[in-house]
Design a protein around this ligand. Structure first.
Ligand SMILES: [Zn+2]
Length: 51
C-alpha cells in the first residue's frame, strides 16, 4: 500500500486503485505520494520543502 511521504501513514485507495490523496512531483520530477490529510493542511510548496 502507498504511504504518505509526509506523515508516513498509509494512503487509502479506492476500488480502482486511485489514491485518496495526491501525487506531487518535485523539481527533479520524482513523484511523492501525499495523503489527503496532508494535502489539506499544507500547500504544495510547503510539502516540497518538507520532503
Ligand atoms: Zn500525510
Amino acid at each position: 500500500m502507498a504511504k504518505c511521504e509526509l506523515c508516513k501513514s498509509a494512503i487509502a485507495e479506492n476500488f480502482l486503485g486511485k489514491l485518496f490523496g495526491t501525487v506531487i512531483k518535485d523539481a527533479k520530477g520524482k513523484k511523492h505520494g501525499i495523503c489527503s490529510e496532508c494535502q489539506r493542511k499544507f500547500k504544495k510548496e510547503e510539502i516540497l520543502s518538507k520532503l
